[in-house]
Design a binder for this molecule. Structure first.
Ligand code: CAA
Ligand code: NAD
Length: 292
């Protein structure tokens, strides 16, 4: 099972990062987005990230140009037909992911491996919607993809050893450290991280301290790279809400229940850093906490 041609579906926060690390590692990459404006935003995100690496002398300008030259954007799903591996990083919604995989199942060759970057859905639920459950696997990258070293490689009871091995090798080939995870909602990291993020919002609802002070507490007191509200904004509050809904539905445990404040934030379009507003306002030089 040789992986040379990679398809990435979705060029948001995660898809753009997955396309970037794949192209930098020499893979030929096609990225599918829903419209030209979204594709342009994805391309700009990749260029900004690679330019930053060039400025910091972590990447040469020639290598940047070569990597950018290996990425092609399209709005046509049909163009993914010849890919060896397709990784989806679209919205966290099972119907949307299954509709995509159903279409890819018709289009792609028999050997094509399908991978999902889902945070909280089970890979089994996606594999069951295809005619190739043995070639469906989880490849869960972390945000920001160019920086975070981990990839959770997730196998279902149907994933073949060959598919799992190819996915593991691919994660290593893009410079990441893979760990093997079973197919339970949240895999390893989100099982532990999501309750922490949701609990911070619940404590904010209770009024224990301000957003800035709670963030400073976890950064200065525990050495976390960012506080919980900066992290929620970084992940995307819309995405965190979907994750919480899915994990609560799966486990029926209070620690995964979406706090009402999170719903209100999303209803108001305060999706986080990608939207310019979340727990903080990102329009100025430094983030400023907003009223909640
Ligand atoms: N894209 C590419 N590179 C980036 C980047 C981005 N969006 N943001 C930062 N970087 C790079 C910088 O260029 C810099 O690189 P060098 O070390 O080579 O110079 C490095 O990351 C550090 O950046 P900064 O000095 O600007 O900022 P920082 O020290 O505050 O680090 C951070 C930024 C790496 C994001 C750090 O704050 C961090 O690790 N935060 C926690 C992130 C985290 O928890 N991610 C997991 C989210 S949960 C998830 O992903 C799973 C899920 O399913 C929801
Ligand atoms: P995002 O909102 O930044 O981007 C999603 C992108 O997918 C959008 O650009 C949208 O236009 C596009 N899209 C939607 N439907 C599509 C389709 N049918 N075909 C092509 N493109 C489509 O979301 P994100 O944060 O990148 O999350 C994507 C996935 O990765 C989700 O499953 C999420 O749970 C998971 N994830 C997110 C994070 C994170 O920190 N944000 C971390 C790990 C995993």
């Amino acid at each position: 099972m040789k992986i040379e041609k990679v398809g990435v579906v979705g060029a948001g926060l995660m898809g753009s990062g997955i396309a970037e690390v794949s192209a930098k590692s020499g893979f030929d990459v096609i990225v599918r987005e829903i419209d030209d404006a979204s594709a342009d935003r994805g391309r700009a995100r990749i260029e900004t990230s690679m330019n930053r690496a060039v400025e910091k002398e972590k990447l040469t300008a020639d290598d940047r140009d070569a990597a950018l030259g290996r990425i092609r954007f399209t709005t046509e799903v049909d163009e993914l037909a010849d890919r060896d591996l397709v990784i989806e990083a679209i919205v966290e919604n099972l119907e949307a992911k299954n509709e995509l995989f159903g279409r890819l199942d018709e289009l792609c060759g028999e050997q094509t491996v399908f991978a999902s970057n889902t945070s909280s859905l089970t890979i089994t639920d996606m594999a069951a919607a295809t005619n190739r459950p043995d070639r469906v696997v989880g490849l869960h990258f972390f945000n920001p993809v160019p920086v975070m070293k981990l990839v959770e490689v997730v196998r279902t009871i149907a994933t073949s050893d060959e598919t799992f091995g190819a996915a593991f090798d691919f994660a290593r080939a893009v410079g990441k450290v893979p760990i093997a995870a079973k197919d339970n909602s949240g895999f390893v990291v989100n099982l532990l991280l999501v309750p922490y993020m949701l609990d911070a919002i619940r404590q904010l609802e209770r009024g224990v301290a301000s957003i800035e002070d709670m963030d400073a507490g976890m950064v200065l007191g525990c050495g976390y790279p960012m506080g919980p509200f900066t992290l929620c904004d970084f992940v995307g509050n819309d995405t965190t809400l979907r994750i919480a809904e899915i994990m609560f539905e799966e486990y029926r445990e209070q620690r995964y229940a979406p706090p009402p404040l999170l719903r209100r934030m999303v209803a108001m379009g305060r999706h986080g850093r990608k939207a310019g507003r979340g727990f903080y306002d990102y329009s100025g030089d430094a983030p400023v906490a907003l009223p909640v």
